[in-house]
Design a protein around this ligand. Structure first.
Ligand code: F6P
Length: 480
């Protein structure tokens, strides 16, 4: 499936993407440099804009770093879309991004009920003003994620002629959990301003419909996956996001990646390498994973000196106390476990706290015999898919939490309950002693899935749900 096909599907509609995080970071230095943000959406949408020769992306200016103008043509070397930055005051950022988004909706969506706080309406209003200022008659607005939940209703109220989509990239909890929110009705009605609302899994879509039925007056048709709201129909669909599988595959095939992977392995001084890659977030289960690895070394001494756990933790939301506390706890656990088991030239855990560009990250995927992806709860988890796409020799084993959305997409992964340290230890042992033939069978099947259900499949699938755009033969249920 090509990007040109996706563009044809859009027809004369201009795609307007709205997200909290901007698609570029500003690198400081002698001269300001714009660097694309690492992540699936940026690399997925840029080719759509490129093929269409136009497009608009509206995002928070703080996430991009300070730029002299609120509008930038991107990418700088060959512009094909406009980035319109929305400036937020320090107070709004604290109340919305660091407040209700990341201390309220984020923990609630991941079932961490005890960690909630406060409200973010004003920022949605500011974003709505920016969208409305920018809109042209043939636009299609696509809002990304939980930080902007009430934006769709605001856009619809002012411009009912413009189709609006919302993709919710995190889990959507059951009514008993979502219902805790004092603003549950406002939030749901805000989302229902959309024409299409997308989730990664059917179960999240079902939970959303159950919440709408329970907490609003809108009429829900569970069989059709639709909601009737103030005279318009909202389609609620499941489209699990994929990755740019071709990119990871081609990076993995580069000779320099192989060389770099070899160097990474040699530095470890052990026969086997286990890899963890996560934003440093309490939902990712990094601490529990460290305890599981400790349990393995404790109960199976034969693995000491033979296997090294390499954890890459990407700094995230450092102004939120829970994240700072989690970082301290991880630092302590790494120190304690290393102190307990280090012998000779072997250190059991390598831990880096930094983000990594795709080529370097892929070298780590290529180097690792095993990827340990054990979130306590995760909307999807793209690291699992990136690891698979990078295993171009059909080897390597993926251990995957049963609470990650990706577990539904990747049934040949080794499943684990991330809360159970004994299970984590046992599944690592199982993976490290798995016959090569089984490793290959599992990885071959996983790679085929990741390649077919890639980012373009997702883009085309979601956009195909808009009645305004040409219908597609793909179905949201077709995720077997
Ligand atoms: O997938 C959830 C999400 O919050 C995305 O919206 C966001 O791009 C990513 O995680 C990283 O989070 P943040 O933008 O808060 O660093």
């Amino acid at each position: 499936m090509s990007y040109a096909e996706i563009t044809r599907q859009l027809g004369d509609r201009r795609l307007v993407v709205v997200s909290n995080r901007a698609p570029v970071d500003v690198r400081r230095g002698p001269e300001r440099r714009l660097v694309p943000t690492v992540g699936g959406l940026v690399s997925a949408l840029t080719p759509v804009f490129k093929a269409a020769g136009r497009g608009l992306w509206i995002a928070w200016s703080g996430s991009a770093g300070r730029l002299p103008h609120p509008r930038v043509e991107l990418p700088p070397e060959d512009p094909c879309f406009t980035l319109r930055l929305v400036h937020l005051s320090e107070r709004d950022v604290s109340g919305s991004y660091y407040g209700f988004s990341n201390r309220g909706l984020w923990p609630l969506s991941h079932y961490f009920v005890g960690r909630c706080q406060q409200s973010y309406e004003r920022v949605n209003e500011i974003f709505a003003a920016a969208v409305l200022e920018e809109l042209r008659p043939h636009d299609l607005v696509w809002v990304q994620d939980f930080q902007l939940a009430t934006l769709p209703a605001r856009v619809r109220a002012a411009r009912p002629d413009i189709p609006v989509g919302l993709f919710w990239h995190v889990p959507f909890p059951e009514p008993s959990v979502f219902g805790i929110l004092p603003w549950r009705r406002t939030l749901l009605e805000g989302m229902l301003g959309s024409d299409v609302i997308g989730f990664h899994l059917q179960s999240y879509a079902r939970n959303f419909l159950a919440c709408v039925e329970r907490f609003t007056d809108a009429a829900v048709d569970h069989d059709r996956g639709t909601v009737q709201m103030d005279g318009h129909e909202v389609r609620v669909v499941a489209w699990p996001i994929g990755i740019e599988a071709d990119l990871y595959e081609s990076l993995a095939r580069r000779p320099e990646t192989e060389l770099r992977a070899g160097r990474i392995r040699r530095q470890l001084g052990s026969a086997k390498m286990i890899l963890g890659v996560d934003r440093l977030d309490y939902t990712k289960g990094i601490l529990e994973r460290l305890h599981g690895f400790e349990r393995l070394l404790e109960h199976s001494p034969a693995f000491r000196g033979q296997v090294t756990f390499f954890q890459i933790a990407v700094p995230s939301r450092e102004r939120v106390e829970e994240y700072r506390r989690m970082k301290r706890e991880i630092d302590e656990a790494v120190g304690r476990i290393s102190g307990r088991f280090t012998t000779g030239g072997w250190v059991p855990i390598r831990y880096v706290y930094q983000s990594m560009a795709p080529p370097e990250l892929t070298a780590h995927y290529v180097a690792a015999d095993l990827a340990l992806v054990t979130p306590l709860r995760d909307g999807m988890n793209l690291v699992a898919k990136e690891y698979v796409a990078s295993r171009v020799h059909d080897d390597g084993t993926l251990i995957l939490s049963e609470f990650a959305g990706a577990a539904e997409d990747l049934p040949e992964a080794v499943r684990v309950n991330p809360y159970n340290m004994d299970d984590v230890a046992e599944q690592i042992r199982h993976a490290l002693t798995m016959p090569l033939e089984e490793i290959r069978q599992r990885m071959t099947a996983l790679r085929a899935r990741v390649k077919v259900h890639d980012i373009r499949w997702w883009l085309r699938g979601f956009l195909g749900e808009f009645p305004e755009l040409p219908a597609l033969s793909l179905s949201g249920q077709d995720i077997a």
